[in-house]
Design a protein. Structure first.
Length: 601
């Protein structure tokens, strides 16, 4: 098939607007999968995706479609719609000439729709606006068209109206793809250039790379080299996804396909990298930018005997998710574990859920933290070698407060779309989370789009849930990173010794309140001991709160009036057992549960 009859496109939409359903219909219409095969959402392969109804990994499919007597090759790239996975959306779009912007005809434009629109718009892609779910009783295509007009200047006559569920209007979608999207400007006679835009691990063939060829051809047995790492590989197998893998002997410019080439480690498959024929001198297609983890958490086995199991589970999961970073970590309270970096909170939750579901491990997570920027007090040395600015994602690794000149926290620009009856509640939530409003516009008669500047650490913990709760599920949220702003370090001291597990970074205006609250909570949770314990909160070196836990010997048999001797023995044995699980922190024996309790929130 010549490039003129190839179309590469992606479906982008807010979560639940029907991307996966439309992808299923496209596969059925082209005969790639049987109609009513009972397989819904063929492209969502992971259990967690089925359960949560979201797409986590982008998946692709190549299908053939006959139009006006010609056969076209359509490469569909399904993308995850969630904010946390926007890097996947990004890289998928690099292989496309256009997108289907899918909008629920009932829910209308949502925060993610806005983010996705600008992503595609910024990449100069042709946008085909499509309203989905027109079969719904409450569908209001007129109102949604008005929103598209006021936000994106899209005219009503450009908008397709379909029901992915019932299959209504799907043919119009195919026609629009063929007629409105340009064909890829590729050249198979040029030197090979292939954009690597996804990869996963296969037990038998090792790393599989999903690539989009802009120039040249690639055959089994070819020697290829990575532009970024300069490492070379021999092409072992080639296949197209239809969506099931189908082996081919070569791939040509304009096509999307899968390469296996004895890449041993997932780390070698760099998303955004360009592959070329070994020995050729070509220019890389895209500037290579690795995705940056923004949310970090410690993960520890519930029981140290499970350490090995948990490690192998984490390693396996990381093979299929190159965005997660892993570093070993130890904590006096929780033992040996790891510190993991994620793109966002949902990414973290999905990873954790997969650890449990797919690998049956039991583990606990420390409170998520974000990456902070710290300016150290100038010394001759750090000025000389430029180490006066450091980035820290673990409160335990914070430099001593005496050395810190100023600390900064990451902030984001958040977009919220909501019916106006929830406006008041949402504005007070944002204020509570230290947000500053930067923009507010009406997008139709009763819906508003708000923009806020918010600290990232305030939204990584349950912001999205709170927003959904106060708006009965109607408000939607999306964010973009927007640099750093000044903040403070809160430390918890037990009898004068700092406990790293309980330290956190908070905004200077809230440090005192949070510190006091933490002391009270700990006083409740920590079991009394034989010695008195002073619980203190320290902010930037100043004590802002203190509670005292009086000494006390807990006698578990006190209530038993002496009577039953065997029962008394049993309880004393249990108490002894309990003591073994204690850990000594700051010379105070604390049960592990204390930390778990505090970190659970
Ligand atoms: P995604 O998150 O964008 O991939 O959305 P899904 O394809 O998973 O669809 C979300 C929900 O909307 C599912 O329950 C679908 O059955 C439903 N849905 C998708 N398209 C339609 C449609 O055209 N009409 C109706 N009534 N429901 C639909
Ligand atoms: Mg989906």
């Amino acid at each position: 098939i010549p490039p003129e009859r190839i179309r590469n496109f992606s479906i982008i939409a807010h979560v639940d607007h029907g991307k996966s359903t439309l992808a299923d219909r496209i596969l059925e219409f082209t005969g790639a999968v049987k109609i009513n095969s009972g397989q819904s959402q063929v492209l969502d392969k992971l259990q967690v995706e089925k359960e949560r109804g979201i797409t986590v990994k982008a998946q692709s499919a190549s299908v053939l479609y006959d139009y006006k007597g010609e056969t076209y090759l359509l490469n569909l790239i399904d993308t995850p719609g969630h904010v946390d996975f926007s890097n996947e959306v990004h890289r998928s779009l690099s292989a496309c000439q256009g997108v289907i912007l899918l909008v629920d005809a009932n829910d209308g434009v949502q925060a993610q729709t806005v983010a996705n629109f600008y992503l595609a718009f910024g990449k100069d892609l042709v946008i085909i606006p499509v309203l989905n779910k027109i079969d719904l009783k409450n569908a209001d295509p007129g109102r949604v068209c008005m929103q598209l007009k006021s936000l994106f200047d899209i005219e009503e006559n450009e908008v397709l109206k379909i029901s992915a569920k019932l299959g209504t209007g799907i043919e119009d979608v195919f026609h629009a793809i063929i007629e409105r999207l340009p064909f890829p400007k590729v050249d198979k006679s040029k030197k090979l250039r292939a954009l690597l835009f996804d990869s996963w691990y296969d037990r038998y063939r090792g790393v599989l790379c999903l690539v989009y060829l802009t120039d040249g051809t690639i055959k089994i047995g070819d020697e290829i080299t990575s532009c970024y790492s300069k490492k070379s590989y021999e092409v072992k197998t080639l296949s197209m996804l239809t969506p099931h893998e189908q082996s081919v002997t070569q791939l040509m410019a304009g096509q999307v396909g899968l390469i296996s080439c004895n890449m041993r480690s997932h780390k070698e498959a760099l998303i955004g990298d360009t592959l070329h024929t070994t020995g050729d001198n070509v220019e890389a297609l895209d500037k290579f930018e690795p995705s940056k983890p923004m949310v970090f958490a410690g993960i520890y086995p519930l029981d140290q005997s499970q350490h090995v199991n948990l490690r192998s589970a984490i390693e396996k999961l990381c093979l299929n998710d190159s965005a997660v970073t892993v570093a070993p970590d130890t904590s006096p309270a929780l033992g040996q574990g790891w510190r993991l970096g994620f793109l966002g909170l949902l990414h973290l939750e999905v990873f954790w859920q997969r650890l449990h579901q797919e690998h049956g491990t039991e583990s606990i997570l420390t409170a998520p933290s974000v990456t902070y920027k710290i300016k150290l007090k100038p010394t001759k040395q750090n000025i000389k070698d430029g180490t006066d600015i450091v980035y820290v994602n673990n409160p335990a690794h914070f430099p001593s407060h005496i050395a810190i000149e100023e600390s900064f926290e990451p902030i984001v620009t958040g977009t919220i779309i909501t019916p106006d009856e929830y406006l008041g509640a949402i504005m007070s939530l944002c204020m509570d989370r230290r947000g500053t409003q930067t923009n507010a516009i009406n997008i139709d008669n009763n819906r508003v789009m708000l923009q806020y500047e918010l600290p990232l650490c305030e939204i990584v913990v349950d912001f999205h849930d709170s927003l959904k709760t106060i708006s009965s599920g109607y408000a939607s949220f999306d964010y973009e990173h927007a640099g750093f702003k000044s903040s403070a370090l809160l430390c918890i001291l037990l009898n004068g010794v700092a406990v790293d597990e309980l330290s956190s970074i908070v905004h200077i205006t809230r440090a005192q309140t949070i510190g006091k609250r933490m002391c009270l909570r700990l006083k409740d949770i920590i079991p009394r001991q034989l010695v008195q314990i002073a619980i203190q909160a320290e902010v930037n070196g100043k004590i802002v709160g203190r509670e005292t836990l009086k000494a006390y010997r807990k006698d578990v048999t006190a209530k038993l009036y002496g009577g039953d001797v065997t029962r008394r023995m049993k309880l004393l044995a249990q108490q002894a057992e309990g003591k073994k699980k204690m850990r000594s922190v700051a010379n105070i024996a604390l049960p592990r549960e204390t930390f778990i309790e505090v970190l659970k929130k």
